[in-house]
Write a protein that binds this ligand. Structure first.
Ligand code: PAF
Length: 283
């Protein structure tokens, strides 16, 4: 496994390792603090491709003022060990200066998709995500990109950007990985104290409630959202940021739930903002 910090060096190393052999590259972009969700993406990339590249970069452009950029966990040694264990071939480990040198001026805005749901609460977040992912795709030039469904809006926005800008890469979105009690794995779970960790299951419980209501015949999105809100509000540590029922293509709010509707929510547990979602199966 090679750990490479310089984009030009990575471009050359990947070119050399692909050279004339029709090998495919699977790419998993991360901000580190890896958990089983990331490892699943890496495992799938290894299954599907000859070469696996992982980036570890806590991208300052996707954090707003007052967000957790400073505190975001950075267990680099452990992350590198985990990647080695999974058989990763290349880790790209750039720093801020190399990604955004003095005079850096180019950003990618993926239209209105970026201003809805999490984008409404975190202005500039998806501009930062789209910009860094575009840069990473230009450096790694993967055949396959692996993303987690937990960040549903991110996956939708990146897929849109890839389509709009003709990046020659296939997007693979893998299911959410959960703890036994239902909490979705997230690097930000490490911020939760014991009581908050217990409370955090409320996101999953609210999504389960929505699924049960739908399977019992409820289709009215407002009623479902209202029942989810009631459940969450019973928990003193939880503060709803948003709950939305939208279509997956345009993140457009839906009055009636349909097959394929995305139910997404963001809830603050203490000071930690968590997100989760479910897609309604065949109804
Ligand atoms: O999901 C993440 O970890 C980040 O948003 C990503 C895609 C690596 C871009 O910084």
């Amino acid at each position: 496994m090679q750990v490479i910090r310089d984009p030009q060096k990575l471009i050359l190393a990947l070119k050399k390792s692909k050279a004339g052999k029709n090998k495919t590259i699977g790419f998993v972009p991360t901000m580190g603090a890896m958990h089983t969700g990331h490892l699943n993406l890496i495992k799938q990339a290894a299954k599907d491709n000859h070469i696996v590249a992982v980036s570890i970069f806590v991208n300052p452009q996707q954090f707003g003022p007052g967000e957790d950029l400073k505190f975001y966990p950075r267990p680099l040694k452990k992350d590198i060990q985990l990647c080695r264990k999974q058989g990763v071939d290349f880790i790209f480990l750039p720093d801020n200066k190399i990604m955004y040198p003095d005079g850096y001026s180019t950003f990618i805005n993926v239209g209105r998709l970026s201003h809805l749901l999490c984008g409404a609460k975190r202005p500039g977040h998806f501009r930062g995500v789209a910009t860094v992912v575009a840069k990473l795709l230009n450096i790694v030039k993967p055949d396959n990109l692996y993303l987690g469904q937990k960040d549903a809006q991110q996956a939708i926005i990146i897929s849109r950007m890839i389509k709009d800008l003709n990046f020659p890469v296939k997007v693979n979105v893998l299911p959410i990985v959960r703890f036994k009690d239902g909490l979705a794995l997230s690097s930000r779970n490490t911020y939760l104290n014991k009581n908050e960790r217990t409370s955090a299951v409320v996101l999953f419980k609210a999504l389960r409630l929505a699924e049960i209501l739908v399977s019992n015949g409820q289709r009215n999105a407002n009623r479902i959202i209202s029942r989810m809100s009631q459940l969450i509000e019973k928990n003193k540590k939880a503060k709803i940021d948003y709950i939305a029922i939208v279509n997956q293509e345009q993140l457009k709010e839906m009055k009636k739930v349909k097959t394929g509707s995305l139910i997404a929510l963001a809830v603050k547990i203490g000071k930690t903002r968590l997100i989760d979602n479910t897609i309604i199966g065949c109804i």
